[in-house]
Design a binder for this molecule. Structure first.
Ligand code: ATP
Ligand code: MG
Length: 198
């Protein structure tokens, strides 16, 4: 039996850090962020739809400028809703296709790394939910350092998602990534061992 692990958390709490570790251990990872980037490549239907809604300003020629789009949608919940209405159905279709293909490989564990796993109701597609969390201050600082956001921009992005407390209430496993990466890895390995997935 293949276990599908839904991996989620808050923005910059360490989902990719955990999923890249699981990938390194040899488990297949379906990455919703990567899929979100693939479906807006030049020439795709979704890219055309975004151009119709948000106009040429969010494009450099044929290429979507995600930074500019981010500034628009994270300043306005109406714009964010418009974006999600186009993006989410396309992401969902691709995720389900990819999970189905991976399942045929009869691996023990498949990881679905999806920042909006819970917001988008993907619970029903996964067997277990792992939520990666970090202290609020650590989260904000890591986000600012990685993406060069102002404090306000970081707050906007954090509050656009469900709170970590709410996500934790859905979790089968909580990984606390407030400390070192090594400490986080140890928590992941412990879970793999306890679940007999290694
Ligand atoms: N334990 C840690 N110690 C120090 N830095 C860390 C730790 N975990 C993650 N980071 C750094 O914090 C940032 C966010 O981590 P990561 O990209 O894994 O989070 P994420 O949840 O995948 O973010 P996003 O929501 O944007 O996908 C990265 O720059 C990463 O290198
Ligand atoms: Mg990530």
């Amino acid at each position: 039996m293949t276990v599908i692990l839904g991996l989620t958390g808050g923005i910059a709490t360490g989902k990719s850090t955990v999923s890249s570790y699981l990938k390194k251990l040899g488990y297949p990872v379906v990455d919703a962020d990567q899929i979100a980037r693939e479906i807006v490549q030049p020439g795709t239907i979704v890219a055309d739809q975004l151009r119709t809604i948000f106009r040429d300003a969010i494009f450099d020629g044929a290429k979507l400028n995600r930074n500019r789009l981010g500034k628009i949608v994270f300043g306005s919940s109406v714009q964010l809703q418009k974006l999600n209405a186009v993006m989410q159905p396309a992401i969902r279709t691709k995720i389900l296709q990819t999970l189905k293909a991976e399942k045929k490989e009869s691996t023990k564990l498949i990881v679905l790394d999806a920042p909006l796993l819970l917001e988008q109701g993907y619970q029903k597609f996964v067997d277990q939910i792992m939520v990666v969390v970090s202290d609020a201050n650590v989260q904000r600082e890591r986000l600012i350092r990685r993406d060069g956001f102002s404090k306000k921009e970081a707050e906007q992005r954090i509050t656009a998602q469900w709170s970590l407390e709410k996500k934790i209430s859905f979790a089968d496993i909580v990984i606390d990534n407030s400390g070192s990466i090594e400490e986080t890895r140890q928590q992941v390995v412990k879970w793999l061992d306890n679940s007999k997935l290694r």
